[in-house]
Structures are given as C-alpha cells and as structure tokens.
Design a protein around this ligand. Structure first.
Ligand code: MG
Length: 203
C-alpha cells in the first residue's frame, strides 16, 4: 500500500508556512514503514531537533481506480480517519532552500501515526467535518473540511491521474493551521467531532 499526503490544502496553513496557496493539489508519498498503528508510541528520531505535528483527516481507499472522474470519486473511499503527518521541519527547511526532495523530512519511519477509522455514513456532511488535535490535553490544531482548498473528491480524482489507487491506500488530506513542535513525553490525541480516534505518546 502507499500513503499519499496532500500539502497546503488549508489556506491558513499555507499562510503560516509563508507558502503560496496552490492552484492545484500538492502531494508527496510516504512508505508503509511510516505508519504507526494501534496507538503505539512515536520515538523521537535523533536526526531532527524540530519534529512538528500536522493533524489531518485520512481517506482509506476502498477499491482500485485510475483516472477517476470527480463525480465518481466518492465511490472509492468508505472510511475516514485521523492521522499525524509528522514533519522534521528543520530538515524540510534545508531541503526547500536547496530545492531538494522532502522525503527525509516527511517520509521517515513513524512519520504517519494513524488512528481508528469511521464509516463515512456516520458523518452527516462531508463538507462540514470538524477535527482537532490536543497535546497534553490542550487543543493545538482545529480544522473543518469546509475550509479545504481541494475537496476529498477533487483529491481522489487528481491523485488518480498520476497513481493507480489501490484498496487500502491512504490519503492524508492536509493540515489546518497551528502546526508546532512536539517533545519527548508529550501525549497527543486526535478527534473527529468529539470522538477520540488516536492517542499516543512521544518517547
Ligand atoms: Mg501535512
């Protein structure tokens, strides 16, 4: 399986990164070794001094497809979860300065904790899903899909032009504003609505 991550999909986050608001989706990949499941801890890597949390809603692809039309894209995912796109911001800044790829900063082991999924039928309105992240009990990031620059369906359609989507692939759909550093000992918990779906510790 593969993990596709969308960058800059909330305008306020693009602003806080001093990045342009994109006119088409920006995306990159993480390998399956990036996943952390079942609330296992994240071990702070020794190659970075600035790991940032980015909380994101995650689509789980439910059937294979390529060149999916936007009007049919909703048929390709049934479940939505919440995950963290951990980013070694110090390394990413250096990569960006040199125009190099981001993988070292984005795709390292454990960089994609993933929580439990819920069926999309349990959500009233796909364009009004709220989610948030707490660190040590304090809310640090809050998002709502009404603020997405590119909707879930637009993302599935766009990504599938380049990559065949397969059952079990995950799409991290971008982070809202409020990204920031984590440190050893922090406890992170992520919610869709008021449902806690992911909780783990930084070790
Ligand atoms: Mg992200």
């Amino acid at each position: 399986m593969k993990i596709i991550c969308i960058g800059r999909n909330y305008a306020e986050h693009a602003k806080e990164m001093n990045a342009a608001v994109p006119t088409e989706p920006v995306f990159f990949l993480k390998p399956d070794t990036a996943l952390i499941k079942d609330d296992h801890p994240f071990y702070y890597p020794d190659f970075s001094k600035e790991i940032h949390h980015e909380v994101e809603l995650v689509l789980k692809i439910s059937k294979a497809g390529k060149n999916i039309a936007p009007e049919f894209a909703h048929k390709y995912y049934d479940e939505i979860g919440v995950g963290i796109d951990f980013t070694a911001r110090d390394i990413q800044v250096k990569c960006k300065e040199k125009g190099l790829p981001w993988e070292k900063a984005k795709a390292f082991d454990g960089s994609a904790p993933i929580g439990k999924f819920i069926h999309k039928n349990e959500l009233q309105d796909m364009n009004n899903i709220s989610f948030y992240l707490t660190v040590n009990g304090d809310i640090v990031q809050k998002g709502n899909t009404k603020d997405l620059l590119f909707s879930f369906d637009a993302l599935v359609a766009y990504v599938s032009k380049f990559f065949t989507l397969k059952t079990g692939d995950l799409i991290y759909t971008g982070t809202p504003e409020g990204v920031g550093p984590v440190k050893i000992g922090d406890k992170l918990e992520a919610f869709i609505g008021e449902r806690s779906l992911l909780a783990f510790e930084i070790k």
